[in-house]
Design a protein around this ligand. Sequence first.
Ligand SMILES: [Zn+2]
Length: 156
Amino acid sequence: MEQKSITINYTEWQEEELEPLWHLLVAAAKAATETAYAPYSHFFVGAAVLLEGGEVVCGSNQENGAFGAGTCAERTALFYAQAHYPARAVRAIAIAARSGEDGFTEEPVPPCGICRQVLSEVQQRAGKPLHILLYGKRCVCQIEGIEGLLPLGFKL
Ligand SMILES: [Zn+2]
């Protein structure tokens, strides 16, 4: 028997400390929360995806009365990007969320498990680590590579 451990490294930034490109991507994710359709959860999520070549694609959570039919902001943006720019690799994703009338969340909001799995395959297609930026009012959490959010991830 051999016991092992996995260490996850990430960086916490103040929003104003971010390099300009990441600052813009976070701003795009925050703006994308405005397009969320979240009448059930009142949790408005925005995602902004940066593609190779500089294109930014945004998405937001889209809920439905048949709850399983809804889609997270991350997958809305990622699948739109793959459908419209199939040859472009994804370089980065920023995620932000607002909750009801309280404004943006204090803490960064990480993606759900399904979105982590999708991000894993997106990174696999891109062939290099994704830059992942999770916005919160307290800090922006930066993770380099989906392994930081999905260690021992499923891969075919
Ligand atoms: Zn999700």
